[in-house]
Design a protein around this ligand. Structure first.
Ligand SMILES: NC(=O)C1=CN([C@@H]2O[C@H](COP(=O)(O)OP(=O)(O)OC[C@H]3O[C@@H](n4cnc5c(N)ncnc54)[C@H](O)[C@@H]3O)[C@@H](O)[C@H]2O)C=CC1
Ligand SMILES: O=Cc1ccc(S(=O)(=O)O)cc1
Length: 483
């Protein structure tokens, strides 16, 4: 049995009369550990530490901060197999996917470490001799970050890396469902030399923790990854203190497949992307619009490839799709399947829970899905996919942009003209043309509309933790006069 706990000032926080909840392996439903939940007193300690940590860290040179972050990268890489194993046990994704996520986490931190030394300001051209005007970029202050369970290493890594590179202190609240992976990531930063006051880790009741932290005058910025409804709630809390926010919320990514592509190859590529992490990815391709000329062939190839996916315990190297992360997702998939069948769509494959032990659900494909079916509006966040057909570019553009979401969007075509046209039309923060990898350390990751605002990653990911200060300075002895 493994234990996860809050860390304040590099010390395990033991709340008097500590409450704990179990950590469940979603492949077996067995308890693999427990996570201790923090109380209000612990949160106050975490805030006090973050306030002190900010004063310390913002005055640490960017080069020193970068060196410490690079050391954390080395530690994470040296433990990547161990961290991946823990992730698969508590989250369910296949071991190879977990390992790829740990590798990506290290790559993101490394990229941000370099970026730490590039937070340039600028010099203005003064209107008067003897006046110097400079625009400084400074860390925003202590940050509170809230992470979900679908990427237990990468989401914390991105949030920690951006904040620490900029010179901010941070209190991280990972998901209580996947606490062990985040504990590994935070420990690596501390072991690398990040002072305890600079990076705190808290687990607790999500609502209580977010209300407590966001209301505190210590916190100057929040960062949240999760559902749009919870994001709106946290934005409301942040607005009361006029606090900055980065919001990575839900999506419902459309894929426009034009009739000039090979339907079988395109379907196989789509299946690999769609069922990654059992579809529990905010950038998952989730609504397929296929041009009429290749529609039947595409649906057939997609269903064949989905049926062939090997589903099972992610610890088994032969498994391609693991269980869903929690029982809520199984209930959601069952309800969505029922609802989609009732809409008149055709079930091409799947549609059922697998077995009674472990949160396994069949890769499920629906074709001929009407536009008003719930699955075309609500993010499935699981292994269910709707496919519909379209005829013209104008028609499909209106349909894909009809939702309030705008995170990722994709199009498949061999035509440069079509690729250029659709890239301009799609209302999304990230667009993939003939490709589903829209996230790299250098690329800004974020959405538009109700998918959120702000970016993580890229130069924008550092910018998100900086504020602007304009300093106007008169040389001593210079004539006073208008600027
Ligand atoms: N954008 C993304 O990567 C994610 C999106 N989701 C979306 O959310 C839907 C429901 O999944 P849930 O796990 O129930 O999502 P949720 O938004 O309720 O929870 C996501 C994370 O936020 C935390 N959270 C919940 N309420 C909070 C609060 N008041 N203050 C601070 N943190 C809070 C939870 O502990 C969880 O780790 C999914 O179907 C999917 O659409 C869920 C997880 C990740
Ligand atoms: O759900 C959030 C999310 C989406 C994509 C990725 S990545 O493509 O693996 O970078 C990470 C997190």
């Amino acid at each position: 049995m493994q234990e996860a706990y809050s860390i304040i000032n590099s010390q395990r926080w033991a709340s008097p009369g500590v409450r704990a909840v179990g950590i469940v392996n979603p492949a077996t439903e067995e308890a693999i550990g427990r996570v201790e939940l923090i109380d209000a007193q612990g949160l106050d300690q975490a805030l006090a530490a973050a306030a002190r940590g900010f004063m310390l860290w913002k005055n640490t040179s960017a080069y020193e901060r970068a060196a410490i972050l690079r050391k954390a990268v080395g530690i994470i890489r040296s433990r990547q197999d161990e961290i991946a194993r823990v992730m698969t046990l508590e989250q369910g994704k296949p071991l190879a996917e977990a390992l790829a996520e740990v590798v990506a986490s290290a790559d993101n931190i490394e990229w941000m470490a370099e970026e730490a030394t590039r937070a340039y300001g600028r010099l203005l051209v003064p209107r008067n001799a003897g006046i110097h005007q400079l625009v400084r970029r400074e860390p925003v202050g202590p940050v509170a970050s809230f992470c979900p369970w679908n990427f237990p290493a990468l989401t914390p890594a991105r949030k920690i890396a951006g904040a620490l590179a900029a010179g901010c202190s941070l209190i991280l609240k990972p998901a209580e469902e996947t606490p062990l992976t985040a504990l590994h990531i935070v420990n690596a930063f501390h072991e690398a030399g990040v002072p305890g006051e600079v990076l705190g880790l808290v687990y607790g009741d999500p609502q209580q923790v977010s209300e407590h932290l966001i209301a505190s005058p210590v916190i100057r910025k929040i960062s949240f990854t999760g559902s749009t409804p919870v994001g709106k709630l946290l934005l409301g809390l942040a607005a009361r203190g006029v606090k900055r926010a980065t919001m990575e919320l839900g999506g419902h990514a459309p894929v426009v497949v034009f009739d000039d592509v090979d339907p079988a190859r395109t379907a196989q590529q789509a299946v690999a992307a769609k069922f990654r992490n059992a579809g529990q990815v905010c950038t998952s391709p989730t609504r397929f619009y296929v041009q009429a000329g290749i529609y039947p062939q595409f649906v057939q190839a997609f269903a064949d490839a989905a049926r062939a996916i090997r589903v099972g315990d992610g610890m088994d190297a032969a498994v391609q799709m693991g269980p869903l992360a929690n029982s809520r997702r199984i209930a959601a998939m069952a309800a969505l399947t029922e609802d989609t069948l009732a809409s008149g769509a055709r079930l091409a494959c799947g549609g059922k829970r697998i077995g009674t032990r472990g949160y396994f659900f069949e890769p499920t494909v629906f074709s001929d899905v009407p536009e008003n079916a719930r699955i075309m509006q609500d993010e499935p966040f699981g292994p269910i996919v709707p496919i519909a057909s379209f005829t013209s570019l104008d028609e499909v553009a209106a349909r894909v942009n009809a939702l309030p979401f705008g995170l990722a969007a994709y199009a498949m075509t061999r035509s440069l003209a079509r690729a250029t046209a659709i890239s301009g039309l799609l209302e999304a923060g990230m667009v993939g043309i003939n490709h589903y990898t829209v996230s790299t350390p250098a690329s800004p990751f974020g959405g538009v509309k109700e998918s959120g605002y702000g970016s993580e990653g890229g130069t924008e990911g550092l910018d998100a933790y900086l504020v602007t200060k304009c300093v106007t300075q008169r040389s001593s002895g210079a004539d006073l006069g208008p600027l």
